[in-house]
Design a protein around this ligand. Structure first.
Ligand code: EPU
Length: 336
């Protein structure tokens, strides 16, 4: 177990905030984690982080930051059609996607290049191009923060919804994910109907293979989303709001080109990025924080931004969207 004091979190948050944690603890196994939690001698508050790709620190963290170094892939079940792989929470998410593609297993490829770690995929229910982590998750192994005891959650018990799970809502901060079991398919299962995936495939006239689809998803993401190694950001800063169909129809009379995605019988999801762009924010900045010039849903650290500056910009964007469209948008990024 690694235990450090006054530790810089610069390399643990993709926004690139140079903030410090009073204590930073990295464990390599479930047993180490259980022992640590049962001792109850750590400085509160406790914050568990993954790749730090969905966090915005407003300043130094005065408690204990925990990080998983639990690694490894294990095939735990297999049929003629499917394979279940149990993955350590500290594995890098995109390494896992690459591993599934190498093995010619279907299901995860649309989620290529999403930053972050395996543990967070089960908490955030990460998603892209018509696929969400919940579509693959069979079970989530956790340790209870209060008792240090193990608990396995089935997919159903995780109460997954768009970018949500029980671990972000009712059980927030109560369980730490140690392993996630995903089910992949041996026979082709494609999701090609979201956005420009199909048109990009056709443009290249390349055969439909997992490798080619992975390459195209990576290229689409790289075109729109800034590389955190160069420009601090946390991917989509806001969630796409879900609104009643009637409200959408009324808005469509004013904005006939407003896009939407189905979200159940009486609701639609509207892209916040589209509304933010229509409010004139794309490429604009306040202080050292900006709205990305190629994807308005992404806020960026233009260099030396503080968390407060990013939050200030986020609040201004939220107010504009509310004023113009009458819709509330909420951050997907967690404020710390
Ligand atoms: N749009 C604009 N202007 C913009 C951005 C988007 O008009 O500046 C329009 C696009 O033209 C399109 C629609 O909005 O009609 C949707 O845009 P896009 O396909 O880029 O997806 P998104 O809804 O903005 C979501 C996810 C992304 C994910 C993409 C692709 C959320 C909060 N974000 O973004 O996830 O990669 O779909 O599936 O759901 C992330 O969560 O960090 C993330 C990057």
């Amino acid at each position: 177990m690694k235990e450090l004091k006054d530790y810089s979190l610069l390399h643990h948050n993709t926004f690139g905030m140079d903030v410090y944690a009073a204590y930073f603890v990295e464990y390599g196994s479930e047993d180490e984690l259980c022992t640590f939690l049962k001792q109850k001698s750590y400085k509160l508050p406790l914050l568990h982080i993954g790749g730090g790709s969905n966090l915005l620190f407003s300043g130094n963290f005065e408690g204990t930051v925990l990080h998983s170094a639990i690694k490894g892939y294990e095939i735990v079940a297999e049929t003629s059609d499917t394979v279940d792989v149990r993955v350590g929470a500290g594995e890098v998410w995109d390494d896992f996607v690459a591993y599934t593609v190498q093995h010619n297993w279907y299901g995860a490829v649309n989620l290529s290049l999403i930053p972050g770690e395996v543990g967070a995929s089960a908490v955030q229910n990460i998603g892209a191009y018509g696929v969400e982590a919940k579509d693959l998750i069979v079970a989530v192994d956790t340790v209870c923060v209060d008792t240090g005891e193990f608990r396995r959650f089935t997919n159903k018990e995780c109460e997954y919804a768009y970018r949500k799970s029980i671990f972000k809502l009712d059980l927030k901060g109560k369980y730490i994910v140690t392993y996630v079991t995903y089910r992949l398919h041996k026979q082709p299962v494609w999701h090609l109907d979201y956005g420009n995936i199909r048109t990009e495939l056709e443009k290249e006239a390349c055969p439909l293979t997992l490798e080619n689809l992975r390459r195209i998803v990576i290229r689409i993401r790289e075109d729109k989303l800034p590389d955190p190694a160069q420009t601090g950001n946390a991917g989509s800063f806001f969630m796409n709001p879900v609104i009643p169909k009637e409200q959408f129809e009324a808005l469509r009379r004013t904005y006939p080109d407003m896009p939407s995605y189905p979200a159940g019988e009486n609701f639609v999801k509207v892209p916040a990025g589209w509304m933010i762009e229509r409010c004139g924010w794309k490429g604009k900045s306040l202080g050292h924080a900006g709205v990305h010039s190629r994807q308005a849903l992404v806020l960026v650290n233009l260099g030396g931004a503080t968390g407060q500056e990013v939050m200030h910009l986020a609040n201004a964007v939220v107010a504009s969207v509310k004023e113009k469209f009458g819709i509330d948008i909420y951050p997907e990024v967690n404020y710390i």
